[in-house]
Design a protein around this ligand. Structure first.
Ligand SMILES: [Zn+2]
Length: 407
């Protein structure tokens, strides 16, 4: 397929997935539209497809109000929180030790400072869950406050570019919570000990989601799994996180239309990288128990096509032969260079199960992981995408996979 046609395809896919479907977060109608669009498209290129379905919840945010006497504070509903209408004494904690000592039953709890520096991992999240996070969640669960108010700063690495970020984002955690900026938190501090009232309107909606898996070739010589997550954070069009990754899967499926070799190619649209429960990833892992050993390589595409800077391939545990082939491919494409290793993302599923992996991303994004303010926000829209880079990566991966067929 000529390059010009691939440009046209990417721009159409970008329109469909980012503009016509405004919300692709797991459990939403848009998410289901996106997965069924992806399945139909890839099936039309002659691939076998499988939809792996799971239960998921969507969330409706109706806003929140916090006040004490005549003072009103600006607060936001924590994603997937339950709603509430409560009034009680405000108590506060800025450190874990302080929280452990505090009587919080029936009170409204204010978390600020050190304890609120990093987004807490959801209580059932298995990939990465520091002991301190588990301890905080357990203290909150046992302490049973009526509601929690969190004042948070900037933490791009874990919360994307969102400020303030929700300290709690967990559909399995049932104490209602809201969050506010650090500045607003400083205004609230003098009210500790006084009575405050919080009304938060928030709804969990039961729904479904699915991974889409497409396969081509025969599994006689192992398989290569090429993955990109199709879900986006609520409120973000998710253009580079991760529509461009999904576009690469579609272009690649089209370029590999004639592929018929003894190494199976498995294309996976993961559903849940930006979802508190990572449901699609959990399901994929359970379906692949005992089968990771036949995966010769994982390629994860996430955050590609940002308009500034080059594209990067980052290598994780690659055998020499594969590494040499990847380098040969990079030499043929000027816009692609080697990137640094980093732990966050779907590739960790494969790396933790002993498979080599290549992560494809944008250099600018990786270099600015801690400070960027784009991903998970409305700024991650079609305007920041350079689809020439998207097409270049699809072409490079096509070449690479065809080189891999005999390894
Ligand atoms: Zn992502």
């Amino acid at each position: 397929m000529e390059t010009e046609k691939l440009y046209q395809k990417s721009s159409t896919y970008l329109q469909t997935l980012c503009k016509e479907i405004p919300d692709r977060c797991v459990g939403s109608e848009g998410n289901r539209k996106a997965t069924s669009f992806f399945e139909k498209e890839i099936y039309s290129f002659g691939w076998d497809t499988e939809m792996q379905e799971f239960d998921a919840i969507d969330w409706e945010d109706g806003g929140a109000i916090l006040h004490s006497d005549s003072s009103i504070f600006e607060v936001f509903v924590s994603p997937y929180s339950l709603g509430c209408t409560v009034e009680s004494q405000l108590v506060s904690a800025s450190r874990v030790e302080e929280l452990a000592q505090l009587e919080i039953i029936g009170k409204i709890l204010f978390l600020y400072g050190k304890i609120a520096k990093k987004q807490l991992m959801p209580k059932n999240y298995v990939f990465y869950n520091p002991e301190e996070h588990q301890q905080i969640i357990s203290l909150l669960g046992k302490g049973r406050p009526k509601a929690i108010i969190c004042a948070t700063g900037k933490n791009a690495a874990l919360a994307g570019g969102v400020y303030p970020f929700p300290l709690i984002e967990d559909g399995d955690f049932d104490i209602p919570s809201v969050y506010m900026t650090e500045d607003e938190g400083n205004k609230l501090l003098p009210y500790v000990g006084k009575t405050v009232a919080l009304k938060s309107i928030s709804k969990r909606i039961q729904g479904k989601g699915c991974n889409v898996i497409a396969r081509k070739g025969r599994n006689l010589n192992g398989r290569i799994v090429i993955a990109a997550h199709i879900d986006a954070k609520k409120g973000s069009p998710g253009a580079i996180d991760n529509t461009t990754g999904v576009i690469i899967l579609l272009l690649l499926a089209r370029l590999l239309e004639d592929y018929d070799e003894n190494k199976l190619i498995e294309i996976v649209a993961f559903n849940g990288e930006d979802y508190y429960a990572a449901s699609g990833q959990m399901l994929y892992i359970s379906k692949n128990q005992g089968k990771f050993s036949d995966i010769r390589l994982n390629i994860t595409v996430d955050g590609v096509g940002y308009r500034e800077g080059k594209s990067v391939f980052s290598f994780f545990g690659l055998p020499d032969e594969l590494r040499k082939m990847a380098e040969e491919v990079m030499n043929e494409y000027n816009g692609i260079t080697e990137g640094i290793q980093y732990p966050q993302g779907d590739h960790s599923i494969f790396v933790q199960n002993g498979c080599p992996a290549i992560v494809v991303s944008s250099k600018w994004l990786i270099d600015n992981l801690e400070s960027q303010q784009i991903t998970h926000t409305s700024k991650d829209n079609v305007d920041i995408v350079d689809y020439h880079k998207v097409v270049e990566i699809a072409q490079a991966l096509n070449l690479f996979i065809r080189k891999c067929k005999n390894t």
